[in-house]
Design a protein around this ligand. Sequence first.
Ligand code: ZN
Length: 507
Amino acid sequence: MIISNTDYRRLLLTLSVFLPAVYTTSAQELEPLRPLSKVPYQLNALQDSFLEWPDTTNAYASIDGQRMQTYIVEQQDISRRYRDTVNSQYWGRIIGASSDWESAEWLEQKYRDLQLQDISIQPFDLTPQWFPQSWSVSVIAVGREYSVATAHPFYRSTGTDTNGIELELIYVGLGTEADFAGRDVAGKAVLISDMLGLPEEGALLRASEKGAAAIFNARMMPGNMRYQAYPVATDVPTFTLGNEDGIALREFIESGLAPELKIKLDIDIVSGLQTAMVWGSLPGQTDETIYVMAHRDGFFDAAGDNASGVASMIELAEYYVGIPAEERRRTLIFIGLDGHHNSGPGFGVGRMWLAANHESLFDKTALLINAEHPSTVQTIVRPRYLNRDEEIVWSNSYTAFHWYAGGSTRPELNQIALNAFREFGISTYLEPNPRAPAGDLSRVFQYVPGLTTTDYFHYFHSELETVETVPWTGLQNTTKAYARIIDEVNKLDLDVLKRPPGTGLDQ
Ligand SMILES: [Zn+2]
C-alpha cells in the first residue's frame, strides 16, 4: 500500500492520541526499593576531558564532533517529548509510534536544510506492534511495600490481566539446571542473576518451562538502571532488573523473609501502524553510488544506539555538500532507516526492503557505510584493586570497535578502512568480523561492499544511554574516517569492489 506523507503523518498523529499516558498506579508512589542510578557527568563538564587525536594533516577539519552532539540532543528531545506526553515508562524513538514520525520529519528537515535532492519519506506498513501501556512491580516484605523501580519488561513479554498477580519470590542463582535442582518454582516469581561473560544458559526459558508465573532477570551490571532487553520466548511476564534491585530482593530471601511480589503489566498489540525510511541524495559525476545509512529508532534517549549514527550521517552529508560537485565522483545516497527494534518477521522492514531490492539499488554501488554506534564511552566495570565495585567507571576515551569492511574477498577495502582508522585514532578489535556485526548491515552485506564500525557498550539499551555517553572525540574521528574511506573508495573502479559470482557469505 502506498500512502502519501500526509496520510502517514495523520495516521501517526491519530495513534499518538490513542496511546495515552495511563500509568499512575499506587506502586509509583511507593518508596523505591533502591534508588535509580544517574548519569554521573554533565555534558559540559566532560568536553575537555576526552583525549583528542592530534590531527596533523588537518584533513576533514570541518567535521565537528560537538556539532554532532547537538544532533544527538535534538533526537533525545524527540524521545523525551514522547516520554512526557505519551508514555513515561515505555519510551524512545519507538518504531510505529508518534516519535518515529517526528524523527522522520526531523531528519527530512535536516536534508532540506542541506539542500539534498530526491528527499522522500518512504512509508512501510508494520505488523501489529507490542506496546506496553503501563506496568508496576512492588515487593512486600515484613509488612512494608516498596516499588521495584527498575523492573522493565523484556521486549514482547506477555502481560498480566488488569488485576495483576501476587506471587511468592524464589531465587535460583544463574538459573542453570543445577540451580533449579530440587526447587519447585511452579506458580512463583523467579529471580535469576545474569552476568556478562558467562555463556548463555537459557535460564529464562528454563524457568518458563518449569512453570514460573513471572521471571525477573537481574543483569549484574553495577548500579541500578532500567534496561530494554531483546525478546525472549517465555510465556509469562518477564522483566529485567537493575543490579541493586536484584541484590535487595535476594537479600530479603537471605534474611529468611518470604517476599511477595505484586506485578501488573498492561500490554497492547497495536495494528495499523507504519514506519518509514528517509531518503536524500547528493549527485556526483556518475550514476555510480555510495550509500550511507543509519537507523533512527531506539529505546529511551538512544544516544549511542543510534542517534550518534544518524548524527554522523548528517555530518557526512554536510561535509560533502561543501565539496564542489565536479570533485564528487559518485552520487551519495543517505538513508535514515526505520530500524530494527520492533515486532514482526526480520525485525526491520526497511532493511528487508533493501535486501529484496538489492539488484536495482546496489548494481552500481561502490560502498555502503552503516553508521551504527560510532562512538561510545570506554567504561570499566569492577576495576581490580579499587573498592568501587558498585560503579561503572568512566575513562577519557571511546571504545574499540567491532569492524567489517567488505570481508576477506575485498582486501582493498579492508586496507582502506584500516588506514583510515589508523589515521584518525579509531581503535578496533584486531580481527575484523567475518560477517557484518549485528545491526543493519547484517541484512544487506552480502549484496554490497559494506562497512561498519560498531560497539555494544555497558549503557547500551539502558535509560542511561544519554549524549554524555557519546564522546565527541569518537564521533569526530569516526566520521572523518568514514569520509576518508569514501574518498579512497572513489579512487577505485567498481570492478575492484564487486564480488566474484558465487562468493560465500563468510568471505
Ligand atoms: Zn543500533
